[in-house]
Design a protein around this ligand. Structure first.
Ligand SMILES: NC(=O)c1ccc[n+]([C@@H]2O[C@H](COP(=O)([O-])OP(=O)(O)OC[C@H]3O[C@@H](n4cnc5c(N)ncnc54)[C@H](OP(=O)(O)O)[C@@H]3O)[C@@H](O)[C@H]2O)c1
Length: 290
């Protein structure tokens, strides 16, 4: 088996490479070796590498910046996945692609299922939805895995930001009216591997894949601060209306994961248990300031 991973320097791409290594040969590509903003380079690269499975972990993920860079976001999040899908169709490869809770507007009461119609509030969400549609239209074997609130021990994410701010500031003001499931890169990479081990061609489709349970950004920040130890900054809940950002985010980001659990026999970990594990690992490997 040969796996091609795009965005292998990103938080998920890095973890995928690590987790998939026992399963076969890995071609780990990054922006330097496979630039998804240069569409003309994508097909030749895929034809040269000849992967059995393409895992697209690259994305334009700067949610606020995307509002002023819609062309760049569209290229990476919509055009490039379409080309990867066409190449997968041509060669018979499987395309595993990651998408986002931000395809929804967050107005639903209760978790979103795969049958709910997206209505993105942001350029990022719209371009990610367009990427999903391009893959579905290609007719290639595919798994589109929609996830939420991704964090891990490296890269840019909420967990690492709060750990840093907890050392720098006496008070953190964090929104408490956006809810979702923080999902670790380890959970995603292990679930992807589990799915790949048993995947059959007829199982192509769109699946929601997050940790189980849910919290708010405030709840997630409280857990991080409590586990990080002293000095304990205050963590004040604020509404989204008091935290201005260029892009609008859905208030309800909960995704129903029953379909992926049933189809692939997956037991998804509770978000808090998984987060406690990652935070403990990080604290153990980072010397505390004296
Ligand atoms: N982060 C979240 O909270 C979240 C939530 C839901 C879904 N997702 C989805 O999960 C997937 C993985 O996200 P992540 O959190 O791992 O993102 P990430 O850490 O931002 O990684 C994205 C990777 O894509 C690469 N990339 C960007 N533009 C590229 C280009 N033109 N050519 C090649 N590579 C390019 C980046 O490279 P550079 O490092 O060089 O910029 C980076 O390595 C994405 O599909 C994302 O939409 C993420």
């Amino acid at each position: 088996m040969k796996f091609l991973v795009t965005g292998s320097n990103g938080q998920l791409g890095f973890e995928l490479v690590r987790t998939l290594t026992p399963l076969g040969e890995i071609a780990a590509t990054d922006r330097r070796t496979l630039d998804l903003s240069r569409p003309e380079t994508i097909a030749p690269a895929i034809r040269e590498l000849k992967p059995d499975v393409i895992l697209n972990a690259a994305a334009y993920t700067a949610v606020d910046l995307a509002e002023s860079e819609p062309v760049a976001a569209t290229m990476v999040n919509a055009t490039a996945p379409g080309i990867l899908a066409d190449e997968a169709k041509r060669s018979g490869a499987l395309l595993v692609h990651y998408s986002t809770d931000y395809v929804f507007d967050g107005t639903k009461t209760g978790p979103y299922t795969e049958d709910d119609t997206p209505n993105p509030l942001s350029v990022y969400g719209r371009t990610k939805w367009e990427g999903e549609q391009a893959i579905q239209a290609s007719g290639c074997d595919h798994l589109i895995l929609r996830t939420s609130w991704v964090y891990g021990p490296r890269g840019k994410n909420f967990l690492l930001t709060i750990l840093r701010l907890a050392r720098e500031k006496p008070l953190l003001k964090i929104v408490n009216d956006q809810i979702g499931a923080p999902t670790s890169t380890q959970t995603l990479a292990e679930a992807t591997t589990h799915i790949l081990r048993q995947w059959q061609p007829r199982q192509s489709g769109l699946f929601h894949l997050t940790a189980s349970g849910h919290t708010s950004w405030h709840g997630f920040a409280k857990l991080i601060v409590d586990l990080a130890g002293p000095p304990y900054p205050g963590v004040e809940p604020i509404p989204t209306s008091e935290y201005r950002t260029a892009a609008r985010r859905p208030l309800n980001s909960r995704l129903d994961c029953n379909k992926v659990s049933a189809q692939f026999g997956l037991q998804l970990p509770d978000w808090e248990q998984a987060a406690r594990g990652v935070i403990a690992q990080l604290l153990a490997s980072t010397p505390r300031p004296t």
